[in-house]
Design a protein around this ligand. Structure first.
Ligand code: GRF
Length: 197
């Protein structure tokens, strides 16, 4: 069984979309994969509630309990390792996980560490992507699923979705439109990667 480890910090709607798609599309039988655990660095992350309701294991690893990024990442690795099966290293999926990971961590998971970013990369890396897209007068916006490399919000692109920017858009309305697409492309990209492995 290929374990999928999902890391969240907040609402977890992308995580929920992955969990729901995995169930609907019977990833367990068709891809030999399952969402094994949802890990949060924030105790109040709403996504933890959903995961628990679904009977998925959850773990809380609060970054503020660690003195350095390296120490937090080392503890996170130890936690993830519990879900590596022999010859089947876990797929590590960042879904609104608001921590910058150290190069050591990223390199360790090379090829099996994914992220979703709410812009059409390589445009608008970092935060406030929707406001920046509006400020730049973009006529389209979107989201990107990519492999994670040591450079923030870079790394090979696995999937993208494009949405229109409408004249009356605010950062919030644009974010909501992009998010509906995130919920489609992230599960699809994960399934594609699992199939290819
Ligand atoms: C998403 O827009 C994602 O692209 C970004 O953070 C947001 C997380 O939303 N990295 P959710 O927690 O999945 O609802």
């Amino acid at each position: 069984m290929k374990n999928i480890v999902i890391l969240i910090s907040g609402g977890g709607s992308n995580m929920a979309a992955i969990v729901n798609t995995a169930r609907r599309e019977a990833w367990h039988d068709k891809l030999g994969a399952r969402v094994a655990v949802v890990i949060s660095n924030q105790a109040q992350a709403q996504g933890l509630v959903f995961a628990r309701e679904q009977g998925i294991a959850t773990e809380l690893l609060e970054h503020k309990a660690f003195a350095t990024r390296e120490a937090f990442d080392a503890a996170l690795s130890m936690l993830i390792e519990r879900f590596d099966a022999p010859g089947q290293p876990a797929l590590v999926v960042l879904a609104g996980f608001m921590r910058i990971l150290t190069p050591g961590f990223v390199n360790r998971y090379a090829g099996r560490l994914l992220n979703i970013h709410p812009s059409l990369l390589p445009a608008f890396t970092g935060l406030q992507t929707h406001q920046r897209a509006l400020d730049a007068g973009c006529k389209v916006a979107g989201a990107t699923v990519h492999q994670v490399t040591a450079a923030l919000d870079h790394g090979p692109i696995l999937a993208q979705a494009v949405v229109p920017v409408l004249p009356a858009d605010t950062a919030d309305t644009l974010a909501a439109r992009v998010l509906t697409q995130e919920h489609l492309i992230y599960p699809r990209a994960i399934a594609g990667l699992l199939q290819a492995r």
